[in-house]
Write a new protein. Structure first.
Length: 362
């Protein structure tokens, strides 16, 4: 590999640890120019291209839908048409033997744990870094897939890169939280009346926009739902940034209304509509979908009368909005990390939110 330049997965969002290969923009071994797109990657937040850092010949091993760690090698640019020698069983550069504790970087050990690898999987290696762990895991998985026979009567279900990334993130979140859920019902007629009154002053307001506004006003009194748990401690976010999930054919995204607790209802409505429009146009920037401290998922438009939302990374609560039931009530469902709160506190938060949504004085 001494004659090749390593192309690594860039750190686009501080919270992302992995990306998924969506497509290769060039053929393996093709001549490329500096600045030419090599590969399209996708994280939980965005889709982006990685460009060639210099002129040369591009080589890669990963197939579309493969996962690769941030900072790991995704391709190599060689000066010649000869493919660089890449081996998952030997180190890139010969180095003096180290003690076991020094051979593996901290990130390498974290990835080894995620992929179920042990030190025994690197018998010939001296220094072991994250990209070597990723290549070893990819080679093992590829071998396992090749050896595994297809069950009778089924066919493979293709998953999008966005869904593969989501699976990886949600699996990690599930293993790091203690989720619990509470529900209260809002009178649909009272909520609609509130929306009509506000429309006289602010123009048309949706239920989602109203909920974003009221949640942002309540969270300062309920800081445990604007927080997260990590490294044995609870951490409170200093600002309130409300994300709202949207999936209208362009993959699931969570645009974020920043500094929401200081915005008027009119400003929040404008922000939600502007972010939704940018989503539909494919113009969401990375800043539009990062920094969320609390999330709202609205499935009322799909006719869903009850569901359990799933927690996001570095958040302790997510609120689900449901459609009206036959009795005219609409469920508000809060999933929260039980390490930071409890069912009674969560129930009181929802009751306070219901009181605001049903408020008769406008």
């Amino acid at each position: 590999m001494s004659d090749a330049i390593v192309v690594r997965v860039p750190q686009i969002n501080p919270n992302d640890e992995h990306a998924v290969v969506v497509r290769w923009c060039v053929e393996n071994g093709a001549r490329v120019r500096a600045g030419q797109p090599l590969v399209t990657l996708e994280t939980t937040k965005t889709t982006f291209d990685v460009d060639a850092p210099s002129d040369g010949f591009a080589f890669f091993e990963l197939e579309p839908n493969s996962e690769v760690a941030v900072g790991a090698a995704v391709a190599w640019i060689s000066e010649t048409e000869r493919a660089p020698q890449v081996s998952v069983a030997t180190p890139q550069v010969a180095t003096p033997p180290r003690e076991s504790a020094e051979r593996f970087t901290r990130k390498a050990r974290k990835l080894m744990k995620e992929h179920g690898l042990t030190e025994a999987d690197f018998p010939a290696c001296h220094a072991v870094e994250a990209d070597l762990v990723e290549r070893t895991a990819a080679a093992r998985n590829k071998k396992a897939v090749a050896e595994r026979s297809e069950p009778e009567g089924v066919s493979p279900l293709e998953l999008t890169p966005a869904k593969i990334t989501e699976i990886q993130v949600l699996t990690r979140v599930r293993g790091q939280t203690v989720p619990s859920t509470v529900t209260v019902a809002v009178a649909g007629d009272k909520l609609e009346e509130r929306l009509r009154r506000e429309a006289d002053t602010h123009g048309p307001v949706s239920a989602l926009e109203m909920v974003v506004y009221e949640v942002a006003r309540l969270l300062p009194e309920w800081p445990e739902f604007n927080a997260f748990y990590a490294d044995g401690r609870a951490w409170q976010h200093q600002q309130i940034a409300i994300g709202f999930a949207v999936n209208l054919g362009r993959s699931l995204r969570v645009p974020v209304v920043k500094d929401a607790s200081h915005l008027s209802l009119r400003d929040i409505a404008r922000a939600v509509r502007d972010l939704s429009l940018r989503y539909m146009r494919g113009n969401l920037a990375i800043d539009d979908v990062t920094g969320g401290t609390f999330t709202i998922t609205d499935l009322s438009g799909e006719g869903v009368v009850h569901f359990i939302p799933v927690l996001n990374e570095r958040q302790s609560a997510i609120l689900g909005l449901c459609a009206s039931r036959n009795d005219g009530f609409r469920d508000l469902v809060l999933t929260f990390d039980h390490r930071l709160s409890d069912g009674m506190r969560a129930g009181r938060f929802l009751v306070a939110l219901r009181a605001q949504l049903e408020r008769a004085d406008g």
